[in-house]
Design a protein around this ligand. Structure first.
Ligand code: NAP
Ligand code: MG
Length: 470
């Protein structure tokens, strides 16, 4: 795979300050497919300086002109769709079809939405005898995870650019090649030098340096709750804006009267997509006691359609998990589920292939709310099915974790589902199989985060307000 031996800073690929490299591994066969520089505080400092220098000019650029450049960026990404999808398949292990449709398709839709929003957004509002100016926050330090290597980047860069901010991105060390392709696309789209900068590297070195840099005005982080807490503390101490998109343990609540077969099949697909590595994955399925065994057998049958295999094979629907550490961790959770008394109805902790970080699609029944697998984020293809006695019990279970990112409710009618959804402590709820919407605010209640991404709410995160009184 193509890899740049440098950082994209100030509109050009520049040699890294240090000599350390990060090897990129294909999780499907454990081969090394490339290497990128491991950035240091020095690289981060150079990138932040470039972003600061570019800020006044970019902030003063007309919103319609910025929006047009986001549209141009979207078009470059679209033209390079196959190359990006192949890179995501190679470094993440995503089945190629899913890589094209979701890993590239979703960010294209997000970029389009900001090309439109950026041009039409009301950056000035009248309020009584005041004019409120919505101004860009400044230099953004963006830190992203590997699970959606392009989407997580675009979900920060597109609204930041639309708002008039400049950025430094520190992508996940597991998926830097997609981030480098993104930087190439930014360049090709003609976005001015210094507006977007890329520093590859590890979290504790490059990520930490970026979060702590005094030239950064807003830290936008997506990743684990553990790291998010540290970043929040660092940003808080410096009175810096912070946005945190963190983990989840979302509930899929199937109420009596719902289309059980459809609800279970959709729910299983939601967990197995991306090998369970979606922060909003519906990993807890809640079913009424009377329909419980039926739902369990439907789910066990549904996962049979997700055999693991070579992600470049069009027949494969379940790729590996990202790396050796996650491979151990996810299978450790499965072992823990068995140990704590849950009933394994599909899959298990054994690795299904000798090479590659594969995990068998796994379903647990008889999961109780206090079990580890019902409380902690597993981030793998593992579904837990819990039984509830009545609606109040279902609500208690659904709300009974520290997280609150996604969720779903299935009922006989929308009114019943919406009434339940209103009582859920979570940032998003899909009603009777409602689909992903690029304009809908995405983000967490409780420890799932602070702030929102996507749509106009996502744009607002990158703005600060000034009022003029007349
Ligand atoms: P992670 O370890 O928190 O990493 C996320 C990013 O932060 C990576 O770029 C990472 O660099 C960097 N990082 C790590 N330690 C850091 C530090 N001390 N200071 C600054 N940056 C640091 O998360 P992950 O294991 O890669 O991703 C999985 C987790 O992310 C899951 O918990 C998942 O739920 C969550 N997630 C949430 C969302 C959401 O939208 N809410 C989306 C995706 C993922 P390295 O790559 O070098 O570790
Ligand atoms: Mg990590």
């Amino acid at each position: 795979m193509k890899a740049h031996d440098g950082m994209y800073i100030g509109g050009a690929w520049r040699p890294a300050a240090g000599r350390d490299r990060i090897e990129v591994v294909n999780p499907a066969d454990e081969t090394v497919i490339g290497a990128v520089p491991a950035g240091t505080a020095e690289d981060v400092d150079a990138a932040v300086r470039a972003a600061r220098a570019a800020f006044p000019g970019w902030a003063a650029t007309a919103p319609a002109e910025r929006a047009a450049l986001i549209g141009a960026l979207r078009n470059v990404l679209a033209a390079r769709k196959s190359e990006i999808a192949e890179t995501i398949t190679a470094e993440l292990g995503s089945p190629l079809g899913f890589a094209e449709m979701v890993h590239v398709g979703a960010p294209l839709a997000v970029a389009s939405s900001y090309a439109e929003l950026g041009a039409s957004y009301a950056f000035e509002q009248r309020l009584g005898n005041s004019t409120v100016l919505l101004e860009p926050v400044g230099v953004v330090g963006a830190i992203t995870p590997w699970n959606y290597p392009l989407h997580q980047v675009v979900a920060k860069v597109a609204p930041a650019l639309a708002a008039g901010c400049t950025l430094v991105l520190k992508p996940a060390e597991d998926t830097p090649l997609t981030a480098q392709l993104f930087a190439e696309a930014v360049h090709e789209a003609g976005i001015p030098a210094g507006v977007f900068n890329l520093v590859t590297g590890t979290g504790p070195v490059a990520g930490q340096a970026l979060a702590a840099h005094e030239g950064v005005d807003l830290v936008s982080f997506t990743g684990s709750t553990a790291v998010g807490k540290q970043i929040g503390a660092t940003a808080g101490a410096a009175v810096k804006r912070v946005a945190l998109e963190l983990g989840g343990k979302s509930a899929n609540v199937i109420l009596p009267g719902a289309d059980l077969a459809k609800a279970v099949a959709t729910g299983v697909g939601h967990v197995m997509n991306n090998t369970g590595q979606s922060c909003n994955a519906l990993t807890r399925m809640l079913v009424h006691r009377d329909q419980y065994e039926e739902a369990v057998s439907l789910a066990a049958a549904a996962v049979a359609a997700y055999p693991t295999g070579d992600p470049t094979d069009p027949a494969t629907r379940l790729g590996p998990v990202i790396n050796a550490k996650q491979h151990q961790r996810v299978r450790g959770y499965i072992a823990k589920g068995v140990e704590e008394g849950a009933r394994l109805v599909a899959g298990g902790a054994d690795a299904p292939h000798e090479r590659g970080y594969f995990v068998a699609p796994t379903v647990f029944a008889d999961v109780t709310p206090d079990m580890t697998i019902a409380q902690e984020e597993i981030f793998g293809p593992v579904l837990s099915i819990l039984a509830y006695e009545d609606e109040e019990d279902a609500l208690r279970i659904a709300n009974g974790t520290v997280y609150g990112l996604g969720g779903a409710v299935w009922a006989a009618d929308e009114e019943t589902a919406v009434a339940f959804a209103r009582r859920m402590d979570t940032g998003q709820v899909d009603i009777n199989g409602g689909r992903f919407n690029v304009l809908a605010p995405f983000g967490g209640y409780k420890q799932s985060g602070v702030g929102r991404e996507l749509g106009p709410h996502g744009l607002a995160e990158y703005l600060q307000t000034k009022s003029l009184q007349f």
